[in-house]
Design a binder for this molecule. Structure first.
Ligand code: TYD
Length: 140
């Protein structure tokens, strides 16, 4: 997978005015999928590493709506590291990339949007298994 296929930065419009900022994310308009699920991660400190999985079906958009964190993305050969530090900026992650989220600031609230309802079976949580699947090209 080319690095540019592993992730895409998204910059959302600010619809704010003198009363404050407003960011709107519409499925299939501002992000490349229909939103089926929303969750958010907070209360993780800088020593924690979250994620550590690949997903067969889920695509994600991650946004630090408060605070900062980092996302490491790999396909087993290439690697990219993205810093999330603006409520107006997100990162889109396609299916079958391996991701780690870490370096959470104390005030970090990491919002996650995805195209699927939760299904633990579509998660690959062993990096060894992930590498095997990628080598076999059996990731469709
Ligand atoms: P996990 O996938 O480890 O979180 P992260 O990838 O953000 O580090 O999820 C932690 C637990 O929560 C795990 O037991 C599965 C459960 N969970 C759900 O039930 N539904 C969900 O949508 C998510 C993301 C997790």
């Amino acid at each position: 997978m080319a690095v540019k296929e592993m992730y895409r930065m998204l910059n959302f419009a600010d619809l704010g005015d003198e009363r404050g900022k407003l960011v709107v994310i519409e499925g299939n308009r501002d992000i490349p999928f229909d939103i089926a699920r929303v969750f958010y991660i907070y209360g993780s400190d800088p020593t924690v590493v979250r994620g550590q999985h690949a997903n067969r079906d889920s695509e994600f958009v991650l946004i630090n709506v408060a605070g900062t964190s980092k996302v490491r993305i790999t396909d087993g050969s290439n690697e990219a590291i993205v810093e999330l530090n603006k409520p107006r900026q997100g990162v889109y992650l396609p299916k079958m990339v391996w991701k780690d989220m870490y370096d959470f600031s104390e005030d970090s609230v990491l919002l996650v949007l995805t195209n699927t309802h939760y299904n633990g079976k579509e998660y690959i949580r062993s990096y060894e298994d992930y590498l095997k699947v990628m080598e076999e090209g059996n990731n469709g």
